[in-house]
Design a protein around this ligand. Structure first.
Ligand code: MG
Length: 165
C-alpha cells in the first residue's frame, strides 16, 4: 500500500465558470490558471504522484511549457493514471475536499465523483468528494480563491486473468 496527499489553490479572476473535478460550474468568476484551473484535479494528481514517488504535477507538466496552456486537467489526470499503472500500482480509493465559499458545490459532487471515477478506473463510491466553506475565514472565506486537499491510497495493480478464448 502507498499513501499520498496533495494540496492546491487557485485565485479567482475573470470568467463565468469554474472547473472542478472535470465539471464546469457556472459562476460569476473563474479561476486564474495556466490550465483550466481545476484545483481539485491538480490536488488529486499531486497526491497520486506523491504516493507513486514521482514528485509533483509541476515536474511533469510545467506551467512554463506552452504545451500545457489551457490544458484540460482531466487529460493530465489520465497521464498520471498511466504513470501509476506503469509502476505496477492501482488506485484503491481517493478522498478529496474542496474549500470554497462560492459557488455552491454540493449539487455537482455526484458528477465529479462519476467523472473522476471514470478517469481513475474506480467505482464512484471509492471517489469521495467533500465540499466545505471556511466559515468566511481566510482567503477562501473572503472569496479570493478555492483550495483543494486530496488523500489517496494505492495498491498493487492486478492484471485481469487472461481469457481462455
Ligand atoms: Mg494548480
Amino acid at each position: 500500500m502507498r499513501i499520498g496527499q496533495g494540496f492546491d489553490v487557485h485565485a479567482f479572476g475573470e470568467g463565468d465558470a469554474v472547473v472542478l473535478g472535470g465539471v464546469r460550474i457556472p459562476h460569476e468568476r473563474g479561476l486564474v490558471a495556466h490550465s483550466d484551473g481545476d484545483v481539485l484535479v491538480h490536488a488529486l494528481c499531486d497526491a497520486l504522484l506523491g504516493a507513486t514517488g514521482l514528485g509533483d504535477i509541476g515536474r511533469h507538466f510545467p506551467d512554463t511549457d506552452p504545451v500545457f496552456a489551457d490544458v484540460n486537467s482531466m487529460d493530465l489526470l489520465a497521464q498520471v493514471v498511466s504513470m501509476i499503472r506503469a509502476e505496477g500500482l492501482a488506485v484503491v480509493n481517493v478522498d478529496l475536499t474542496v474549500v470554497a465559499q462560492a459557488p455552491r458545490l454540493a449539487p455537482h459532487v455526484p458528477e465529479m465523483c462519476e467523472r473522476l471515477g471514470a478517469a481513475l478506473n474506480l467505482p464512484s463510491k471509492l471517489v469521495n468528494v467533500k465540499a466545505t466553506t471556511s466559515e468566511g475565514l481566510g482567503f477562501t472565506g473572503r472569496g479570493e480563491g478555492i483550495a483543494a486537499f486530496a488523500v489517496v491510497l494505492l495498491g498493487p495493480l492486478e492484471e485481469p486473468a487472461a481469457s481462455d478464448h
